[in-house]
Design a binder for this molecule. Structure first.
Ligand code: S3P
Length: 421
C-alpha cells in the first residue's frame, strides 16, 4: 500500500475501545453469574479471538457492533472445548486463558498464529505449575490438564500484566491465598474489574492478594477508548505542522499514561480535559497541538506504563532534536514481533540515525528523512507507527501489509485520513 501523505491534521477523533479491557470484560463476564453488558467493545481481531474461544466453551455471547452481551455461566460453568482453542495473534487471549483453564475440571489445548507460536509461554506456565497446574510445552500449542490448584506467594520476574492476570485468574480457583508481588506496576484493569465483580482480591501497592472466590457478579462494562490507539494521533498531531487533534473518551488509567508523561517531557503541547470516571476506569479527552519536541531518556518503571507505545514514541523521537535513549525495554523483543529489531531496521531505511541496543534503542533525531518501502512483520503497531513516520519523509513510502492494523484498530486508516487536509 502506498502511504498517502497529509500536510496537516485537525479535528476530533474517537478511537475504538481499549483492547486490554475488552478482553477482560468478555473473559470475566463469562465467569460471572448474570449478564455482562459491554459497550465500546473493540471489534479488533484479537478481541474477536477471545469471544471465539469462550463461545467454544459454551458461553453465549451476542455481538451487536460495539455492544456485546455475555451470558455468564459462573466460575465453574465453562464447558470442555470440543477442539483446540485458537487465539489468532493475541498474546493476551493466550496467556489469560492459561490462568483460567489451569484450574478447570476438564482438559484443553490452545494455539495461535505463527507469531503466537513463537511467543514465550513459560512466563505463565511456570507460576501456574507452582500452583499445581499441568501445562505441556513452553510455546503454543499448549496442552492443559485441568487440575486442583493451591495458592502461592509469587514474586514476578518480568513486568507483565498478562502474567500477573493469569496468576490472579488461577488464584480465583486455588485453595488458600495467592499473593503476587510486582517489581513494577503494570496495567491493573483485571484488579479493578474483579474488585467491581465482588472477587476476594485486594491490592496493596505492588502486592496483590487473591483468595479462592465462590462467585463473581456481572457488571456493566463501559470500555473507554484505547490510549494505545490514541497514541498514533497524539504523535501525528505533535509532529505535523499547523495541526491540532482531539481524541475523545480515552482511557487514562495511570498504569497506561506513560506516553503522556514522556511526550510532555519532550516539550509536547498536550491538554488532558474532562477527566471522569467510568466503570472504575479514568477517562479523558486529549488534545495535542504541533510542537517542537526535544530528546529524552525513557527507562525504569515507566516502561510497563508505555510498553505498547514505544514504536510510536520512537517516531516522536525521530522528529525531536537531540539523542533519545530508550532502555530497560527488553520486553519489546517478545511482542508480536521483535519490536526493537523491527523499529531499528525499518527506521534505518529512511536514513534515520538509530542504533539497536540490548534493551532498547538510541535515536538521534531532528534530521530530515526520506521515504522507504516498509515491512510491518505482521505487527499492527508497526503498521500504524510507520504510517505516521512516513508523513514527514521526503518522497514516497509503502507498507507491505496494512491489514494487520485490524488486530487492534480496524478503522485506523479511515480515521487517519479523515483528520488530514
Ligand atoms: C496486555 C499486557 C501487555 C501489553 C499487551 C496487553 C494486557 O503485555 O503489551 O498489549 O492486556 O494485559 P505484557 O503482559 O506481555 O507486558
Amino acid at each position: 500500500m502506498l502511504i498517502k501523505k497529509i500536510k496537516k491534521a485537525s479535528g476530533v477523533v474517537k478511537v475504538p475501545g481499549d483492547k486490554s479491557i475488552s478482553h477482560r470484560a468478555v473473559m470475566l463476564g463469562a465467569l460471572a453469574d448474570g449478564i455482562t453488558e459491554i459497550s465500546g467493545f473493540l471489534q479488533g481481531a484479537d478481541c474477536l479471538s477471545t469471544i471465539d474461544c469462550f463461545r467454544n466453551m459454551g458461553i453465549n455471547i451476542n455481538v451487536n457492533g460495539e455492544n456485546v452481551t455475555v451470558k455468564g455461566s459462573g466460575l465453574n460453568g465453562l464447558k470442555a472445548p470440543e477442539k483446540m482453542l485458537y487465539t489468532g495473534n493475541s498474546g493476551t487471549t493466550t496467556r489469560l486463558l492459561c490462568g483460567i483453564l489451569a484450574g478447570q475440571n476438564f482438559d484443553s489445548s490452545i494455539t495461535g498464529d505463527a507469531s503466537i507460536q513463537k511467543r514465550p509461554m513459560k512466563r505463565v506456565t511456570e507460576p501456574l505449575s507452582l500452583m499445581g497446574a499441568h501445562i505441556e510445552n513452553e510455546y503454543c500449542p499448549l496442552y492443559i490438564k485441568g487440575s486442583p490448584l493451591h495458592g502461592i506467594d509469587y514474586k514476578m520476574p518480568v513486568a507483565s500484566a498478562q502474567v500477573k492476570t493469569a496468576v490472579i485468574l488461577a488464584g480465583l480457583y486455588a485453595e488458600g491465598k495467592t499473593i503476587i508481588r510486582e517489581a513494577e506496576k503494570s496495567r491493573d484493569h483485571t484488579e479493578l474489574m474483579l474488585g467491581a465483580m465482588g472477587a476476594d482480591i485486594s491490592v496493596n501497592g505492588l502486592n496483590i492478594t487473591v483468595n479462592k472466590t465462590a462467585s463473581l457478579s456481572a457488571v456493566k462494562a463501559d470500555v473507554p477508548g484505547d490510549i494505545s490507539s490514541a497514541a498514533f494521533f497524539m504523535v501525528l498531531g505533535l509532529i505535523l505542522p499547523n495541526s491540532e487533534i482531539t481524541v475523545t473518551n480515552v482511557g487514562v488509567n495511570p498504569t497506561r499514561t506513560g506516553i503522556i508523561d514522556v511526550l510532555q517531557d519532550m516539550g509536547a503541547n498536550i491538554k488532558i480535559e474532562n477527566i471522569r470516571s467510568s466503570a472504575g476506569e479514568s477517562v479523558a479527552d486529549i488534545t495535542v497541538r504541533s510542537s517542537q519536541l526535544h530528546s529524552t531518556v525513557i527507562s525504569g518503571d515507566i516502561i510497563p506504563r508505555l510498553i505498547d507505545e514505544l514504536p510510536i514514541i520512537a517516531v516522536a523521537a525521530v522528529f525531536a532534536n537531540g539523542e533519545t535513549v530508550i532502555k530497560d525495554a527488553q520486553e519489546l523483543k517478545v511482542k508480536e514481533t521483535n519490536r526493537i529489531r523491527a523499529v531499528v531496521d525499518e527506521f534505518s531505511k529512511c536514513g534515520i540515525d538509530i542504533t539497536e541496543t540490548d534493551d532498547g534503542m538510541i535515536i538521534n533525531g531532528g534530521k530530515s528523512i526520506h521515504g522507504a518501502d516498509f515491512k510491518t512483520y505482521g505487527d499492527h503497531r508497526m503498521a500504524m507507527s510507520l504510517t505516521v513516520l512516513a508523513q514527514l519523509a521526503d518522497g514516497q513510502s509503502t507498507l507491505d501489509d496494512s491489514d494487520c492494523a485490524c488486530v487492534s484498530y480496524p478503522s485506523f486508516f479511515k480515521d487517519f485520513y479523515n483528520l488530514g487536509n
